[in-house]
Design a protein around this ligand. Structure first.
Ligand code: NAD
Length: 496
């Protein structure tokens, strides 16, 4: 049984104390025991990061970039190992896990450009003999608290940019799939990152609370559910930290009557059931506009029925199990609730049994028709392979659904009509819009973030938003000695 510990000051550290079990979701068998950090252990990680910070912040950006280049090459080398580690603890298919690592690598590639990204501004002669220049400085020790659904990609939304900007980092990954975090720490060390610049503490609420209140943590990035994100954001802010929290979602895909239905159905299959619906950008609501519902269902139902569900390491599987037994029970509970509330369960995945994997956390794809906005399955994030179809008469009704929902992470429209697409792009209240693209996760040189209760804080992650979040501006007004030959001046300086 693997013991999954912490990574502090350049080495793996195991501590006594509380632990939690880690399972292989495909078999239901326990695969490891993860240590849960005490406040003292988190304190050691923060102290290691604090000690490493001054030298790292002083390291030229070109040197930092070269470490990122090496890290990128090592990630390419080990992509299969990382993907396998993800699949064995998370459950998603191996190819999907490789896709996750690839999207993380893209942020490392962005961070390789840090010498250019941190280039400052300079204005000569703002007054006679006076120049002004601005530069971005790292914050110090920054922390990342991450969810189970992307154990490699979400930490890599954060730390490549944070490190490249000159900060030191403490990562608190999800306790459900903790192993990949240690692999990332080892690869950073192999790339030449100095000891203590990147640290990992495994843990739960105790570890999170310690980071949120620790006087030596300057900023906190969180990705996870809305209830916890709101708490994390408010607590971190109350303790004087810069904070950003990216949270839950209920992403709608609007199907216009003129949409290419074959492409739309393929998009709904991937976005609704990929990674068993455990993505914050999963599509969980399809909005059929103006009578397109029957034709849509005719094509969609057989595809959901034919979905190949199986262990993530099996090359034939299109969808793996859910992450834990508890999460499986929660998602099943939502399906039961939808049936009780009167929604039409056209494909019922609840009875799926897989020979040889009877103890795995599998649920077949579920598809609801005639879902209404008062139902719990419409209002709440299910985070499972459950797609709800809502039928509305007109485009305006579809837009209203998107805009009235409490979440506003992503929203997509499928249409051939440029006017409808443009109107949707301008009017939909969501942070990321897809036009004939179901999962519009921005590339690394743009930035990721939702609206409404899908986010707390005013900075998105990665891209230039990430550089802004992980740095503070210093603006210097300089006058050189010859400028004071005239002697002291007592009036307010003005230009001219
Ligand atoms: P979660 O909120 O349960 O956990 C996230 C992190 O918070 C974990 O590290 C966990 O250990 C910690 N945590 C859990 N309970 C805590 C508590 N009481 N106090 C302090 N910390 C606590 O989320 P999850 O189930 O791991 O992930 C799924 C959620 O994440 C979904 O809601 C999904 O939409 C969201 N998510 C959002 C984005 C985004 O970018 N918006 C991306 C990925 C996932």
């Amino acid at each position: 049984m693997a013991v999954i510990g912490h990574y502090i000051g350049g080495k793996q550290v195991n501590t006594a104390g509380r632990t939690a079990s880690v399972f292989n979701p495909a078999t239901g068998a326990q695969s490891g025991e993860v240590l849960l950090a005490s406040a003292a252990t988190v304190g050691e990680a923060v102290a290691a990061a604090k000690a490493a910070f001054p030298a790292w912040a002083d390291t030229p950006t070109l040197t930092r970039a070269r470490i990122m280049f090496k890290f990128k090459n090592l990630l390419d080398r080990d992509i299969d190992k990382l993907a396998e580690a993800i699949t064995l603890e998370h459950g998603k298919t191996f190819e999907d896990a490789k896709g996750e690592v690839t999207r993380g690598i893209e942020v490392v590639e962005f961070a390789c450009g840090i010498p250019h990204l941190l280039r400052g501004d300079f204005t000569e002669q703002v007054a006679r003999g006076v120049d002004v220049f601005s530069a971005r400085h790292p914050l110090g020790v920054v922390a990342g608290i991450t969810p189970f659904n992307f154990p490699v990609m979400v930490p890599m939304w954060m730390f490549p940019v944070a490190l490249a900007c000159g900060n030191s980092f403490v990562l608190k990954p999800s306790e459900k799939d903790p192993t990949p975090s240690l692999m990332l720490a080892e690869l950073l060390a192999e790339a030449g990152l100095p000891k203590g610049v990147f640290n990992v503490v495994q843990g739960d609420k105790e570890a999170v609370d310690t980071l949120l209140t620790h006087p030596d943590v300057a900023a906190v990035s969180f990705v996870g559910s809305t209830a916890i994100g709101e708490y994390v954001y408010k607590t971190a802010c109350a303790h004087g930290k810069r904070a950003q929290a990216l949270c839950g979602a209920k992403n709608h895909l609007v199907v216009m009557p003129d949409a290419d239905l074959d492409k739309t159905v393929d998009a709904l299959m991937g976005a609704g059931y990929g990674s068993a619906g455990e993505r914050c950008m999963a599509v969980s609501v399809a909005v059929a506009v103006g009578g397109v519902g029957d034709a849509l269902m005719e094509k969609l139902v057989p595809k959901v029925q034919a979905l190949k569900v199986g262990p993530g390491m099996d090359a034939d599987s299109e969808m793996g199990p859910l992450v834990t037994r508890e999460h499986l029970a929660k998602v099943r509970g939502y399906v039961d609730d939808g049936v009780a509330a009167g929604a039409k369960l056209v494909v019922d995945g609840r009875d799926l049994k897989l020979q040889g994997y009877e103890d795995g956390y599998f649920l077949g794809g579920c598809l609801f028709d005639d879902v209404t906005t008062d139902m719990k399955i419409y209002k709440e994030e299910i985070f499972g392979p459950v797609l709800s179809v809502v039928r509305v008469p007109a485009y305006e009704d579809a837009l209203r659904l998107v805009n009235d929902h409490e979440y506003g992470n992503g929203a997509a429209i499928f249409t051939r009509d440029g006017d409808a697409a443009r109107a949707f792009d301008r009017d939909a209240k969501a942070g990321m819009i897809g036009i004939n693209v179901p999962i519009p996760v921005p590339v690394a040189f743009h930035s990721f973030g939702g609206w409404k209760r899908s986010v707390f804080g005013d900075r998105n992650v990665y891209g230039m938003e990430g550089v802004g979040f992980y740095t503070k501006m210093k603006t210097t007004t300089a006058r050189w000695p010859t400028g004071i030959r005239a002697g002291a001046q007592f009036v307010m300086p003005t230009t001219g």
